[in-house]
Design a binder for this molecule. Structure first.
Ligand code: XLS
Ligand code: CA
Ligand code: CA
Length: 440
């Protein structure tokens, strides 16, 4: 079997003293953290599209990275070479999962019947490749945003024929996901939104999206798909306004249309920040609603207002994220590196260095978040902050729904003026986090 990355060895854990860039300094798969091996806390996944397809093309210039893997792009030979290269890549890094769009796997043909034949062929090939490895499919999805037919959306399109094509792509992507044993199926509403309300019937479009999702659930369950469907919220880009704006908006939509039993959320870091939230905020909103399913780990750039999909290096953020994930009792999905190398980092070695950075950043985040939980000062502060509801008669009555508005008013009037609530102690808490991150 041809080796695609002969310059890169299997990546091993060497510890923080190591200066070897082709080694993990923090990700130690079998190290026990809070009673579980690190690799179980961190179910890392490779995104087919960025890692095996994207060449660094941007609106100002063509690609810098060679992802031909020795074959002519646009052919099935190339599609198979990507599978071979992808499996070598995942094995060398110890990555257990992959995620894909239908058109990441094969070149899209003019006739959808031909694309579907290619998808059958490539999924047979991937299935064969998976044998004898512990590599699994985390989730699949259909790309319903690149083809010009989806210019006005897929579920939100104005064309009934385009809507049918979206359905056909979802059906096939679900078939392939089930065939490969995928744990989840993602809906990212890339063009499900609008540029102007002057040409848009929002109610009509949102209802049609819900209809399509219901059909997907019914079909998925009928072919034995037991995993979670996910909405991946994003506020904008490519559209000016996207319907799945953030976690809270998506949860409201899922509940309104009775989809909340079959769906959870796939929260992406860079999408949360584009919505004006922190990554931790959207993880928290998903978690407290029982809908934190899977996560796309990357990061944006606060100086740039768009979706830069950088590999995560910010340990403050990965600590906050892992704190939420630990509190959630883990994920039913995984941590998908929906991230790409910067354009000048164009070599095959850079692909590995980027994943080593991301995996070490999340290993550090896990270690620090576990420390935060074991340390207990932050959790205890939050618990004490609300003590008046648990430790006073009036507080208890409120929580037990044993007092009405007039009762509370009578209580307040008798009190005349309340004491100020306790200090928020933000600066003290920030110092504790610094201490946990850098002090010990
Ligand atoms: C784009 C999204 C996309 C989804 C899958 O911004 O992140 O890649 O994860 O369609
Ligand atoms: Ca993104
Ligand atoms: Ca994503």
């Amino acid at each position: 079997m041809k080796e695609f990355f002969p310059n890169v060895p299997e990546i091993k854990y060497e510890g923080k003293e190591s200066k070897n860039p082709f080694a993990f300094h923090y990700y130690n798969p079998d190290q026990i953290v809070l009673g579980k091996p690190m690799k179980e806390h961190l179910p890392f996944a490779m995104a087919w599209w960025h890692n095996l397809c994207a060449t660094g093309v941007d609106i100002f210039g063509s690609g810098t990275a060679d992802k031909s893997f020795g074959e002519k792009p646009g052919t099935m030979e190339h599609a198979k070479a990507k599978v071979d290269a992808g499996f070598e890549f995942m094995k060398k890094l110890g990555i257990k999962y992959f995620c894909f769009h239908d058109v990441d796997l094969v070149p899209e043909c003019a006739d959808i019947n031909d694309t579907n034949k290619e998808l059958d062929e490539i999924s047979d090939y991937i299935l064969e490749k998976m044998k004898g490895t512990d590599i699994e499919c985390l989730w699949g999805t259909a790309n319903m945003f690149s083809n010009p037919r989806f210019m006005n959306g897929a579920g939100s399109t104005n064309s009934a024929d385009v809507y049918a094509f979206a359905a056909a792509q979802i059906k096939k992507a679900l078939d392939i996901t089930v065939k490969l044993g995928g744990r989840g199926y993602v809906f990212w509403g890339g063009r499900e939104g609008y540029e102007t309300l002057l040409n848009t019937d929002v109610k009509f479009e949102v209802e049609n999206i819900a209809r399509l999702m219901k059909m997907a659930v019914a079909y998925g369950r009928s072919i034995g798909f037991k995993g979670d469907f996910y909405i991946e919220p994003k506020p904008k880009e490519p559209m000016k306004h996207q319907y799945d704006f953030d976690a809270a908006t998506s949860i409201g939509f899922l509940k309104q249309y009775g989809l909340d039993k079959d769906f959870k959320l796939n929260i992406e870091a860079n999408h949360a920040t584009l919505a004006g939230h922190t990554f931790q905020h959207d993880l928290r909103v998903a978690a407290i609603n029982g809908m934190l399913g899977s996560v796309d780990v990357n990061q944006g750039d606060f100086l740039l207002g768009w979706d830069t999909d950088e590999f995560p290096y910010d340990v403050y953020t990965s600590t906050a994220a892992m704190y939420e994930i630990l509190k959630n009792g883990g994920l039913t999905g995984g941590l998908n590196f929906d991230a790409k190398n910067r354009r000048p980092s164009y070599t095959h070695e850079d692909m590995f260095l980027a994943f080593i950075l991301g995996m070490d950043t999340f290993a550090l985040g896990l270690l620090k978040a576990a420390k935060m939980i074991e340390d207990g000062r932050v959790d205890q502060f939050i618990e004490r902050k609300y003590a008046s509801f648990h430790e006073t008669e009036v507080g208890q009555k409120i929580l037990n729904n044993e007092i009405d508005l007039k009762g509370l008013s009578d209580y307040a009037l008798k009190l005349r003026a309340p004491a100020l609530p306790g200090s928020g102690r933000q600066e003290m808490l920030e110092a504790i986090v610094n201490d946990i991150l850098f002090g010990q």
